[in-house]
Design a protein around this ligand. Structure first.
Ligand code: SAM
Length: 308
């Protein structure tokens, strides 16, 4: 079937950051529509292999169809990237040359109103990336208390009106259950002025999505597991789309590159902690041309590190 595939972001930079031309095995841990996997397979050596992981069964099915021509060179596995070690070792592979994670949601997920990620189209309040989450948006907005709702909106959406919004949700649900994206958007409209409403919708939907899919927790588990799985001199490439994810990635890479906890006043290190990673170059962002062609790429940030 012909699909309108997700437009991959910072492709050239990811390929060169992973040194794909010389890589034997690369793990694409957020397969999506397989955009990175496809480009990797094109430039990797003829016997190079890509392992694709995604928690979304629809993504796995579409990528398998798109990349089936690569036969044994491409293997797709449904799973959460926080379990990268078990997943890859389950394929009989002990270490890989490169690992990439392109965080966030794909076009497949965001453009399907029946999955509830969109605030501009009516749909059920779901927002689950895969079938592995234990909660959905409807349960949260109808069953969580005000404190918890405000915390989610503030922590994962950096929404200043988090308390006011939580109060409005509590008031609404006294009379009626909140079941659709429209209902939630209308509640938000009653709290913020029209001038700021789109940004507020985006922050609240983002907060719910990150919380439901445990995006930050998964990333924190994934990063050290990925380093373990990399070969010496292998590369880790992380593309993030909001400040929370980028902060976790940046801090992790910095700590791994300079783990020494000794006082600066000591003449030499006594804690014995050795660097596991070397940060490669500066954080990269799409250029104006890429943003013009794909406006959704505008918030992307790519960080690369090498295992030492
Ligand atoms: C931005 S898209 C990837 C797009 C892909 N790079 C491409 O070019 O087609 C992100 C994908 O990561 C998946 N994902 C997010 N968190 C995940 C996790 N913890 N484990 C596995 N997959 C995850 C989502 O389901 C989504 O399909």
């Amino acid at each position: 079937m012909e699909y309108e595939y997700h437009t991959s972001v910072l492709v050239k930079q990811v390929l060169s950051g992973l040194d794909a031309k010389n890589a034997g095995i690369i793990c694409d841990t957020t397969l999506g529509d397989g955009g990175y996997s496809l480009e990797l397979l094109k430039v990797m050596p003829e016997d190079g292999v890509v392992i694709g992981i995604d928690r979304d069964p629809q993504a796995i099915a579409r990528a398998q169809e798109r990349l089936g021509i690569y036969k044994d060179r491409f293997k797709a596995v449904k799973g959460n990237f926080k379990n990268i070690e078990e997943i890859v070792m389950g394929l009989g592979i002990r270490e890989v040359d490169g690992i990439v994670a392109d965080l966030g949601v794909s076009r497949l997920q965001i453009s399907d109103p029946s999955r509830g990620f969109m605030f501009l189209k009516s749909g059920p309040l779901l927002m689950n990336m895969g079938d592995d989450s234990d909660v959905n948006a409807e349960t949260i907005v109808n069953e969580y208390d005000g404190e918890e709702l405000a915390r989610i909106f503030w922590e994962y959406g950096e929404e200043r009106a988090s308390r006011k919004i939580a109060k409005a949700i509590l008031k609404y649900r006294q009379n009626k259950r909140i079941e659709t994206t429209d209902q939630l958007v209308n509640i938000l409209r009653g709290v913020v002025s029209a001038r700021y409403e789109i940004k507020t919708f985006a922050r609240i939907f983002q907060a719910l999505r990150i919380f439901i899919n445990r995006e930050i927790d998964n990333l924190k588990i994934f990063l050290p597991a990925a380093v373990k799985l990399l070969k010496q001199n292998g590369y880790l490439a992380i593309v993030s789309y909001h400040s929370l994810e980028d902060r976790v990635t940046k801090q992790f890479m910095r700590e791994q590159a300079d783990p020494c906890t000794c006082s600066k006043e000591l003449p030499r290190c006594v804690c014995g902690k050795k660097p596991a990673l070397k940060v490669i170059g500066k954080m990269m962002t799409p250029d104006e041309e890429e943003i013009r062609l794909n406006p959704s790429s505008r918030s992307a940030k790519l960080r690369i590190a090498q295992k030492i």
